[in-house]
Design a protein around this ligand. Sequence first.
Ligand SMILES: NC(=O)c1ccc[n+]([C@@H]2O[C@H](COP(=O)([O-])OP(=O)(O)OC[C@H]3O[C@@H](n4cnc5c(N)ncnc54)[C@H](O)[C@@H]3O)[C@@H](O)[C@H]2O)c1
Length: 261
Amino acid sequence: MSGRLRGKVALVTGAARGIGKGIATRFALEGAAVGVVDLQAEACQAVVNEIEAAGGKAVALAADITDEGQVESLVRRAEGVFGTVTVLVNNAAVMPAGAVHETAAADFDRCVAVNLRGTFLMCRAVIPGMLEVGQGSIIHMSSVTGILGLPGLAAYSATKAGLQGLARAMSTDYARRGIRVNCVAPGTIDSPMLHDFLAAQQNPEPLRQQFDAMHPIGRVGQIDEVASVFVFLASDEASFVTGATYTVDGGLSVKGEQPQD
Ligand SMILES: NC(=O)c1ccc[n+]([C@@H]2O[C@H](COP(=O)([O-])OP(=O)(O)OC[C@H]3O[C@@H](n4cnc5c(N)ncnc54)[C@H](O)[C@@H]3O)[C@@H](O)[C@H]2O)c1
């Protein structure tokens, strides 16, 4: 532990598993007190137990981030336990598959409600405290799908592009008031979401190889490689960074035609 986040109080949404869990765990290792926010109460507590067993500080905050009342009360609870929240990671998301004509309106609405409106509600609830102490770092989890057109992810891609617009707007609103707002846009990450997706396919191995080959670096990313960028953006090392979207995608979003092996 190098203490890069010592003294910070961080909330990470969608932290019961996957990339959010990886970010929460790294934040705690770097000295932050962490609120583990997720729909899944038991899994939240399990992450907290792991963090505490490693000597870190964390609290489980089971909530649905689409519910304004639950969001307000989870933030008040975190403030009661650890003090003013100074870092917010908006990581929770859902990913309905399909082109527009294949996407049910209810699935589109849920995607917007979790990915965009949930992020908005979390920001609204923590910003007054950040303004009071004159410091804060807010990081939205976007995706390369917010930059590139990838097939079959219409609703998800719209919300992930929306998060980048939200971060840019917020960064200008709060730049002179001590709050930085940035986005991270990963490519495909070796995560439970990817494993579940592959497990549901008839012939997963060639598909897994396609995911690897799609990234110029020649492989999908690891959770810790995404978490590292969040640690940087949450820390005071990133004091001049706001309004940015950091791609963590092995070069996917800038690739041209690839030479054949
Ligand atoms: N896995 C990838 O390859 C990849 C690539 C690019 C971006 N991302 C983004 O990274 C983030 C995490 O991805 P992941 O693969 O770990 O996903 P995941 O599905 O494994 O985890 C998402 C978590 O969010 C929680 N959640 C969903 N709706 C919620 C709600 N309403 N309130 C509270 N919690 C809720 C879920 O319970 C789950 O624990 C997402 O924003 C995703 O879009 C993932």
